[in-house]
Each structure stands twice: as structure tokens, then as C-alpha cells.
Design a protein around this ligand. Structure first.
Ligand SMILES: Cc1cc2nc3c(=O)[nH]c(=O)nc-3n(C[C@H](O)[C@H](O)[C@H](O)COP(=O)(O)OP(=O)(O)OC[C@H]3O[C@@H](n4cnc5c(N)ncnc54)[C@H](O)[C@@H]3O)c2cc1C
Length: 403
């Protein structure tokens, strides 16, 4: 079973087959699969616990409704891991609170109908065979909380959400890796063969393999190896709304496509959010401010297609609203960077996510396949060399936040 602890001088490991930098869900999934592949794996996390930066500030959803081949290729097997989590991690009865209430991308704009139908056709071509196009009548019959003005949507019932805390802890416990918390990577040493050690605030670990899973700080870790990775952190806010009896708890994640605003039920209340296309790229940060008027902006957007929010908005008090923020990390094609960086032998990246929760299980497995040679770098669509190779597939999945 994986061990999570703050190391002392006596318990600090001097060597490892692989060192993962970053203990969010992406790094922990990487450590899980590396250890399952038989590598003595050490993960270092600078904060005092796993999954304490971006991962817990997400709205914890997963979907297979992608139109990019590389994203669907990660999402489908990742959902299978979530669906069979206890078996995969080998912890009988382990519960990640999975809820498959679906993702509904809905619009009142006739001009978007063609895009919706094209998206479903692309899903099918990529093996996502159970997404559906729904018209006005289907929508009102299945989701009576919607406004009469809706004209179409895509929907997939097996999309949903889970507890990222439980998923991250389960991957850690189900691994045989060592998780060092309150341990910050501060430098990366190289010799003639490539990576040879990771320096941390508690000591140096000799290793030939490093996985950069530092989330918004992946650019900083890349620079430790002399690399300039194409990563842009962008703040994203969300608000938890305290329980209200009129929030439909059986609803899917409901996204207003014209507004890029969305909500989903959560323990009697709801998460509400908006992916602001004008939010500028920023520096990686552990503390991020939230805007006082963000909830009001989101509610105004949501009311259009989800009119029940109007009455709730009228009665909300500030103590009903719990805002938080994290960072999406964009790459030039809005798809993650996964795999070895040839300029620095032994240096692997698993970063550049705006949807890292839902892709993490398969992305972590892919890192292990690439490290062990089970997958060749050229078979991996998300290799970091793709920009230099000119093989970029520009994404058009909904709700990326960039158009
Ligand atoms: C509002 C919002 C909603 C979102 N909703 C969803 C969603 O529904 N579904 C989804 O899939 N994604 C969602 N996301 C995105 C998702 O949260 C991220 O893509 C995902 O959490 C990234 O995981 P990570 O492990 O890469 O990063 P993180 O969780 O940030 O983990 C990186 C870790 O690296 C550590 N670290 C950094 N530098 C160092 C260092 N030098 N040494 C040691 N440790 C270091 C950090 O402390 C951190 O713990 C959302 C994000 C936001 C902000």
C-alpha cells in the first residue's frame, strides 16, 4: 500500500527508479501506474497534503464527449477506471462517490444546432457511441427544469462526477509508491546521460526518470530542466451554493453553450461557474483571489435556460455562496503534454490540463507505458514534440474556454 508522510532525515529516500513532481490527481495517477509497472516510485508534493491545489478546486466532473481524437482516447478508458475504481486500485468496497447523471450541452441558439449534430457525429467516429442529440421536445420531457426556449443539446448519460479527494487518496493507497508531502522540488540535476537527481527542500533523490506533474507550476519545473514548456495558467472560478429545496438534484451537469456557464447539483446545493473567455493568462499561484460579483454574473447567465435559478437568486444571502478559484493550464492546442522530452533524457511531462481530473487515470497509465517502453513515443498523440513536428490537431470540444 502507498505511504503518505512528511519525511525526516531518516526516512528520506536517497534513490528512486522514478520521481513524480506534484501530488494532484495527475501526479498521483502517474505514481500509481509507475509503481504498478514495478518501478520504485517516489512522489514529492510541496504542500502538506495530496490533492490540495487545483484538483479540489475543480467541479470534479468527467465526460467522454470530446471531438479531439487524443482527448477521447484518454477520456474513455479513464471513465472505465472511475466506473471500476475499487477493482482497479485493489481496495475492496472503496467508494469515490461516482454519480453518472450526465453532461448536457444545451443551447437556445438555432445557429448552434449544426455544431451539436456535428459533435455527436465526431463522438461516434471516436468510439463514444452513446452520446445523443436532443431536440426541444426531448429536452423538456427529460429535463423539465429547462426553459421552453431551449432548441437542442448533446447529452451522454455515463458522463458525471465523483469525489476527487477519494479518487486521489484511493490511487495513492492502491499503489506501492512513496508520497512525500511538505517536500518541494527545487532543482533537477543532469549528467551526460540525462536526468540524474531531483533536489528537494528535504534532500536529493538520485533517479533517472522525472515526471513533471506540477499542475500550474509545471512551467517552473520545466525551467529547472532548462525547458521552456508552452503552458499558460488561467484563473477559473466556481461557487458552491448552499442547499436549496428547488435545485433539482437529479439533473446532469448543465452547460449553456451560448454563455459557457454551467451548474450541477451537489449535496442539496449546487456548483455554479462560468468559463470567462476574457480571463487573461497569469502566473502560477497557490493563492488566487475570487471576484465579489462572480456569482451574480454566473446566476444571470444561468437563469436564461434554467429559470428556477431566478427565484433562488432573489433569496440568496452572501453566506449561501462559497467561491473558490484554481487555474486551467492551456497549451497551444488546448490538449495536454504527455510523455518524454527528447532534449532531456529521462524527463517526462504530464501537464497542460484544463480537464485533468477526468483524463488523469489514462494519462498516468500512458506515462508508465512510455517509461517502460510499452508505448513508443510516436504512438502517443499528445507527445510534447508535436508542435515542432507540425502535427497539431486544433481542438473544438465545447467548454474549453478558448474559441
Ligand atoms: C473552477 C475549475 C473547475 C474545474 N472543473 C474540472 C472538471 O469538472 N473536470 C476536470 O477534469 N477538470 C476540471 N478542472 C481542471 C482540473 O482541476 C485540473 O486540470 C486538474 O486538477 C489538474 O491536476 P494536476 O494534478 O495536474 O494539478 P494540481 O492539482 O494543481 O496538482 C499539482 C501539484 O503539484 C504541486 N507542485 C507544484 N510545484 C511543485 C514543486 N516544485 N515541488 C513539489 N510539488 C509541486 C502542487 O502543490 C500541486 O499539489 C477545473 C479547474 C477549475 C479551476
Amino acid at each position: 500500500m502507498g505511504r503518505i508522510f512528511t519525511p525526516s532525515a531518516e526516512t528520506f529516500p536517497a534513490t528512486a527508479d522514478a520521481v513524480v513532481i506534484g501530488g494532484g490527481i495527475v501526479g498521483v495517477a502517474s505514481a500509481f501506474w509507475l509503481s504498478r509497472a514495478g518501478l520504485d516510485t517516489v512522489l514529492v508534493e510541496m504542500r502538506d497534503g495530496l490533492s490540495t491545489l487545483t484538483t479540489p478546486n475543480s467541479i470534479e466532473c468527467f465526460r467522454a464527449q470530446f471531438t479531439e481524437p487524443a482527448m477521447a482516447e484518454l477520456a474513455l478508458p479513464s471513465i472505465e477506471v472511475f466506473e471500476n475504481f475499487a477493482d482497479v486500485v485493489g481496495l475492496a468496497g472503496y467508494d469515490i462517490s461516482i454519480r453518472q447523471q450526465g453532461y448536457l450541452f444545451v443551447t437556445d441558439d438555432e445557429g448552434q444546432i449544426d455544431d451539436l449534430q456535428a459533435a455527436v457525429a465526431k463522438h461516434r467516429a471516436l468510439g463514444v457511441t452513446d452520446s445523443e442529440f436532443l431536440d426541444h421536445d426531448d429536452l423538456l420531457a427529460r429535463f423539465p427544469y429547462l426553459s421552453d426556449r431551449v432548441v437542442g443539446a448533446t447529452f451522454r448519460q455515463r458522463d458525471g462526477w465523483l469525489s476527487t479527494h477519494e479518487a486521489t487518496q484511493g490511487l495513492a493507497k492502491g499503489s506501492t509508491a512513496t508520497f512525500l508531502v511538505s517536500t518541494k522540488a527545487t532543482g533537477i540535476q543532469q549528467d551526460a546521460r540525462g536526468i540524474c537527481a531531483v533536489e528537494t527542500t528535504r534532500g536529493t533523490i538520485a533517479t533517472r526518470v522525472v515526471v513533471n506533474a506540477a499542475g500550474p507550476f509545471a512551467g517552473v519545473v520545466g525551467r529547472m530542466a532548462g525547458l521552456d514548456l508552452p503552458l499558460e495558467p488561467v484563473r477559473r472560478q466556481k461557487v458552491f451554493v448552499s442547499p436549496k429545496p428547488t435545485i433539482p438534484q437529479d439533473a446532469p451537469l448543465t452547460i449553456d453553450l451560448a454563455e459557457d456557464a454551467y451548474w450541477r447539483p451537489e449535496t442539496g446545493g449546487a456548483y455554479i461557474a462560468w468559463v470567462d473567455p476574457d480571463e487573461p493568462a497569469g502566473e502560477p499561484a497557490e493563492e488566487l483571489p475570487t471576484e465579489w460579483d462572480f456569482a451574480a454574473i454566473v446566476l444571470e447567465k444561468l437563469i436564461r435556460l434554467n429559470p428556477f435559478w431566478e427565484e433562488i437568486a432573489d433569496t440568496l444571502k452572501s453566506e449561501d455562496l462559497h467561491p473558490s478559484a484554481g487555474q486551467y493550464v492551456y497549451t497551444p492546442d488546448e490538449q495536454p503534454l504527455i510523455g518524454p522530452v527528447p532534449e532531456v533524457p529521462g524527463f517526462y511531462v504530464n501537464c497542460g490540463y484544463w480537464a485533468g481530473v477526468m483524463l488523469s487515470p489514462e494519462a498516468g497509465r500512458r506515462i508508465a507505458y512510455l517509461v517502460t517502453g510499452e508505448m513508443k513515443p510516436e504512438e502517443n498523440l499528445l507527445r510534447p514534440t508535436r508542435y515542432a513536428e507540425g502535427i497539431v490537431y486544433q481542438g473544438d470540444s465545447f467548454l474549453r474556454g478558448r474559441h
